[in-house]
Design a protein around this ligand. Sequence first.
Ligand code: ZN
Ligand code: FE
Ligand code: FE
Length: 268
Amino acid sequence: MSIITSDYHIHTALCGHASGEPQDYARHAVDIGLLEIGFSDHAPLFSHKDATITMDHSQLPIYHHMVESLRAEFADQLLIRLGIEADYMPGYEDRTKSMLSAYPYDYVIGSVHFLEKWGFDDPIQLKEWDNHDVNNVYREYYRLLRKSALSRMFDILGHVDLVKKFDFRPTEDMQAEIEENARVFKKTGVVIEINTSGLRKPAKEIYPSQEHLKLYCEKGIPITFGSDSHRPEDVGRDFDKGREWAMAAGYKEYVLFEKRNIVKTVRL
Ligand code: ZN
Ligand code: FE
Ligand code: FE
């Protein structure tokens, strides 16, 4: 059986809620047989500052220097890509765009973690779910996801049903939303990720769900794989399940990036 050999969603301690040294992440990747990893730490926000959620603007040069020197250190063992995970927040597109153009990224993961100022996936803001209608939260999340694709700022959309993280589930049918997502993702050419971190969360399910993934596969939306690790030992975690998940939805291959272009397709 073949294995997935690239993990494109890895954080560092700079974001304020991940642990370990970058070397430990790379070493774990080598230990479990990965050939390629990409760091994708949380880019600074323009809406507000929170040192426990993202890097600060002043840390960006440190992040880049860190990944560059790690790349040299592991040159003969592991291909290390320079990525970043940036939030999509309506109204901040121009500033986000110029931040992302300042460095030679191999790929940019675009993620929706906020509805207005509410970090709906933040455990500290969990109580806020009580003040919202779950169906509306889902619809608003999917709307922002489509807007993030349409902004064309991102190469990969992160965890495209993150809204299920705490296992609040919609009672209304969201099929039309997902079909619309698939249509927009296809139109914009954006890639989505199989993100295994959902298995470690209350939802206990890979992002995105199997039903969604089938629709995305039918439309021909390419995929990457990411563990969303915030600890070295989570690098590549559950990639065997991730591979099965993708194949069950009909996928036959995944893609790899360099300098913000798809440079390789790998068979599953
Ligand atoms: Zn994080
Ligand atoms: Fe994320
Ligand atoms: Fe992440």
